[in-house]
Design a protein around this ligand. Sequence first.
Ligand code: NAD
Length: 464
Amino acid sequence: MKETIKVKNPATGEMVEEIAVTPEADVEKILSQGNEAFKTWAGVNAHERAALLKEWAEKVKNETENLAEIMTLESGKPLKESLGEVAYAVSYIEWYAEEAKRVYGRIVPSHTETKRLVVTKEPIGLVAAITPWNFPAAMMTRKAGPALAAGCTFVVKPSEETPLTTMRLVELAHEAGIPKEAVQYVNGYGEDIGPVFTRSGLVRKITFTGSTPVGKSLMKDSADTMKHISMELGGHAPLIVAEDADIEFAVEQTLASKFRNAGQTCICANRVIVHEAVVDKFSEQLVSRVKQLKVGNGLDKTVDIGPVINVDGYTKIQNQIEDALKKGARLLSGHQYDKNDEKGYYFVQPTVLDNVEEKMNIMQEETFGPIIPITTFRENKEAVEMANNTPFGLAAYFFTNDYRTGIYFQEHLKFGILGWNDGAPSAAHVPFGGMKESGMGREGGLEGIEPYVETKYMSIGGIQ
Ligand code: NAD
């Protein structure tokens, strides 16, 4: 087990900070403290929990600039996006501060005069969370917000690429008055910390955001202790542009969906499927806009696209582009790289490819980079078949002003999140999550607190 993590700036390869890995014995101790703290935190009344969460949200808001800078330094994300992510992270804390007051039970009408039937909800217990590097703030608060609101205690292991944002968020929660043992972090590499979480009988729930293979292995390892599970996994979003779509608007929304965080998001448009009658117009407008995007160090406020996270991400992107070109795709723009293996930074120019076919890796594997592959369709049915032809089912987008076409897509696309004429559908007050191998459970909205509560039923008998 390595003893430290060197957090590096993906834009320069320079070290931002070296932090200690939490030794296994300390992870166990933190889990045990979290389990003890549950006994009191669960008993704090919902209004008080809500007030503490609101205070946490205020503290995070007041530190937006600092958190955004930390995030850009460790993740490479452009500063303007980091500022947006802090606001997005706050929105989850605020939403669940309110939802804390609405974890309702119910009285069920009885089948006999001698009984009363009561259903209550109670917090699950200690929750262990594992989060990814691409949204180091929002993926943490989207879990910690509802967990703490429900009365659960919470331990998070952030990605080893981006632990600093999470560490500061936890400190701010403590400064807001949330008890120290109720929300804690541990640092370490996934393959070391994951098993400590999964085998612990104290952890009653694992909530994970990350890649599908890791999600599957966490699920298997959680079976022995029958933990509750929430999985937010990979995606491979299709974006369909129908014949009647407003092309200029579809182009703008495609850019918004695709290039956030240099295309390293689970819901970004990865497969652009355009009606053959409008593909030339769409591609022409898209390429002209893509050429205006500025790639560089995210600390520069004029930069639109930062570096990719690391050499593995870069290599996957490069392989996908080269595989597509070898199999007959046409390069419309991009495909230049600025990399430095010695220093360890990797930039990719936003790249547009057309003549893309389903046999290409870029259509089969999750893409985590600034590439837009374009393919065409004739009939809506064909577009839906292509879109659904993936093990993933997280997000899908479609652009049409014809309500019949829109409803057809809504009813036939097998994805948990749809954007109809909308490239940015997510928000704290709506459910987020995937079908098929994109995961199980939902975060956000009314649905997002349910995974942190158990249902308890009581029958009161002997009533005269
Ligand atoms: P990853 O699966 O490599 O890592 C995610 C987290 O899991 C990290 O904290 C890592 O340390 C940990 N981990 C790695 N191996 C582990 C193991 N064997 N046991 C336990 N934990 C382990 O994913 P990533 O590269 O950090 O993030 C990108 C992935 O996350 C993409 O697939 C993306 O689609 C997905 N993602 C999904 C959502 C969503 O809401 N569905 C949101 C953001 C990212």
